[in-house]
Design a protein around this ligand. Structure first.
Ligand SMILES: Cc1ncc(COP(=O)(O)O)c(C=O)c1O
Length: 396
């Protein structure tokens, strides 16, 4: 079908709540995708971070096909072999925490928020961070520390307040007898790759221990593998009570989870929380295959090995010639802070065969697949550098 026919269908039938680029992705393989006309693109922002193993990893595709021929979905009042096995894998990689399966990052955070309130009763307040992003459900937008995501939806869920990342005094100022939890992304992705300092996270842990609060890490972007460790908190060497994860945990399937320390997990009893699709057989089969592939292909070694090369290469972009103010990188989360708005640059990159994201108007965000090969990454950075050097985007 032609692109114009596809666009017509969207215009007539699909709610226009996404600003879509004029590109219809028809096929993907690794870090490359092709549009309906067969044009190839290098994808350095695959699926908003979902395609950690790249598009259509063969082992994941094979696991999905095999499982689809066997059983697609089982209701959660029965046992399901794949859910148990994937639960064991996630739990093993996340310090023995127990798993609740759901379908999206927002839902994982929503569940973690509910559990924190359940454990903390009658305390109900949660301190989250300014500039954070936790998703679009009501609990998640209430935790999100950016007014624009709440506009039009107020009043949001009460009890959330927002401190500044890396400013302990701003957290302490918000603590009171009603506080039950502190919630943070160890690296804020949507805010443009802003990392918490390890000492700040360690201090949050200490405050939580001293005051009997739960520490919630939103690891929807930072886990699995993204920072070169299975989970982001392992990179920062701080142990949260609750961890939300989604995006790339199941090779591209809409599978997500929160994980809780066993003493915390115990508070969830039959009837307290549920999800019809959570722990879906297809998603779990894909997740098992994805974790096996991440381990066998040593993707975390790839991320760590390319780190200093990336810093050197990205460092050459900083300055007036490219209009780049700063680079921020943790593992394979990369933010290129521009001196001007980046929308026109994203268009220019796409026209030159490179897919990237722009967040907060002027931060180019790259979330490459964990298994991307150096020559492909190098080619992507070459296209980015060439586009940055052209003047046009700076007027956009
Ligand atoms: C840190 C973080 N939390 C939560 C979410 C929401 O995830 P989802 O869109 O799967 O609901 C996102 C999405 O980008 C995210 O980056």
């Amino acid at each position: 079908m032609s692109f114009s026919r596809i666009r017509d269908q969207f215009e007539k039938h699909v709610i226009a709540n996404y600003a879509r680029f004029p590109l219809c992705v028809a096929r993907g393989e690794g870090s490359r995708v092709w549009d309906v006309e067969g044009r190839e693109y290098l994808d350095l922002f695959p699926g908003w971070g979902v395609a950690g193993l790249g598009h259509c990893h063969p082992a994941v595709a094979e696991a999905i096909a095999r499982q689809a021929g066997k059983l697609i979905h089982v209701a959660n009042h029965y046992y399901c072999e794949e859910q148990g096995e994937f639960g064991e894998i996630l739990s093993r990689r996340c310090g023995g925490r127990r798993v609740f399966f759901c379908n999206s990052g927002a839902e994982a955070n929503e569940g973690a928020i509910k559990l924190a309130r359940l454990v903390g009763q009658p305390r109900h307040k949660i301190i989250a961070m300014r500039n954070s992003f936790h998703g679009r459900t009501f609990g998640a937008i209430s935790a999100t520390g950016q007014a624009e995501y709440q506009r039009g939806f107020t009043p949001v869920v009460p009890g959330f307040s927002h401190a500044e990342v890396n400013d302990l005094a701003s957290v302490e100022a918000l603590l009171d007898s009603q506080t039950c939890a502190i919630m943070i992304e160890p690296v804020q992705g949507e805010a443009g790759v802003v990392a918490a300092a390890p000492a700040f996270l360690a201090s949050l842990r200490k405050i939580c221990d001293e005051r009997g609060l739960l520490l919630i890490f939103d690891e929807v972007q930072t886990a699995p593998c993204r920072l070169g460790e299975w989970f982001g908190h392992q990179y920062f060497k701080v142990e949260p009570d609750l961890v939300a994860t989604a995006k790339s945990i199941a090779g591209g399937m809409p599978t997500a989870a929160f994980l809780a320390r066993p003493e915390v997990a115990e508070f969830l009893k039959p009837g307290t929380h549920a999800s019809t699709f959570g722990g879906h057989s297809l998603g779990c089969a894909a997740g098992i295959a994805a974790f096996k592939a991440m381990e066998e292909e040593r993707v975390m070694d790839n991320i760590r090995t390319l780190g200093s090369w990336l810093d050197d290469r990205l460092g050459t972009l900083v300055g007036d010639e490219c209009g780049v103010k700063a680079i921020r990188r943790v593992g394979f989360m990369i933010g290129v802070e521009l001196a001007h708005p980046g929308a026109a640059l994203v268009d220019d990159c796409r026209e030159h065969g490179l897919l990237v994201n722009c967040t907060h108007r002027n931060i180019i965000r790259l979330l490459p697949a964990f298994n991307i090969e150096k020559p492909l990454l190098e080619r992507g950075l070459e296209i980015l550098a060439a586009c940055l050097k052209r003047e046009g985007w700076r007027r956009g």
